[in-house]
Design a protein around this ligand. Structure first.
Ligand code: THG
Length: 266
């Protein structure tokens, strides 16, 4: 079944940033509970936006969220030191977001991940930047999977993020990522594919319809997880419906449950 990583606990969001600055635990707890009730399988926690405060903000967020978390956390930071600190604080086996092929990050992350039991998001990014072609995504994804396997991370614990880019600047950015995902899944059937989706619609009006149409195309290509807002009823309904249409919902049970709960309507 498709795995939803709830993206809302991110200090780049104004209300979350204010709640973190004010140490308003009730706001954070309520938000996490709502994401869990809406079907989040993981809660992403990103404290990166208040410059100079990331370590203390991440600690406070984890102390606040853990007592009420019923699902594992996705620890989200580009800073390996923050991820290492956060990893040591969590009780449930976390998802680490993320490693990439950027030299400095890669070299700091590999020893830290070595022999650990966790899930890992692997970004198809290197020191040259975002992937510019199908071959960039495939080559970087393959390299990350091989390197992580070498240090004991099973392919089934790896979530490759192909890094979705705006269709408004280059009409081929959609098919580039769709084709690459299809090929990564053909080569590594056990790997997961995840990522944020909202970059696809950057620069265009009515972004939500683009995002939720794109996620269903990505699911056909092999995406089985995404970092999204689980309180967005329309994208959640599209995902549940596509999961069923792709044969991943035995007896259409989840679809029917979603309809009965009022979460899916035409
Ligand atoms: N891949 C991976 N991790 C990621 C991303 C990714 N982590 C961060 C990000 N991308 C996904 N998370 C969010 C969280 C919140 C928002 C978007 C992505 C969000 N954005 C509003 C906007 O852009 O309009 C902000 C509005 C506000 O201030 O509230 O809510 O791609 N591995």
């Amino acid at each position: 079944m498709f795995e939803v990583i709830g993206e809302r606990i991110n200090t780049s969001r104004k209300l979350v940033q204010a709640a973190v600055a004010d140490r308003d635990a009730d706001y954070i707890v309520e938000d996490v509970k709502k994401q869990q009730e809406a079907g989040a399988n993981f809660i992403d926690v990103n404290a990166g936006a208040r410059i100079g405060h990331e370590t203390e903000d991440m600690k406070w967020l984890l102390d606040t969220i853990q007592p009420i978390a019923t699902v594992p956390l996705t620890l989200d930071s580009p800073d390996p030191a923050v991820l290492e600190m956060a990893f040591a604080m969590v009780e449930k086996t976390p998802m680490i977001n993320s490693i990439s092929l950027e030299k400095e990050r890669f070299e700091a992350m590999m020893p830290f991940l070595s022999g650990k039991k966790c899930k890992v998001i692997a970004l198809c990014m290197d020191d040259a930047g975002m992937p510019n072609s199908f071959d960039d995504i495939l080559g970087r994804g393959r390299k990350l999977i091989e390197e992580l396997n070498k240090i004991g991370i099973a392919t089934s614990d790896i979530y490759v993020d192909p890094l979705v880019q705006p269709i408004s600047t280059d009409t081929n950015k959609g098919t580039m990522v769709l084709d690459a995902v299809r090929n990564i899944k053909a080569e590594f059937p056990d790997v997961h594919i995840t990522g944020g989706l909202s970059n696809i619609s950057y620069g265009l009006p009515q972004r939500h319809i683009i995002n939720r149409t794109f996620v269903t195309l990505m699911m056909d290509a092999g995406m089985d997880s995404a970092i999204i807002d689980p309180l967005d009823k329309k994208i959640m309904a599209s995902i549940r419906t596509a999961d069923m249409l792709l044969g991943k919902d035995d007896f259409c049970m989840n679809y029917l449950k979603g309809v009965r709960a009022g979460a899916i309507e035409s």
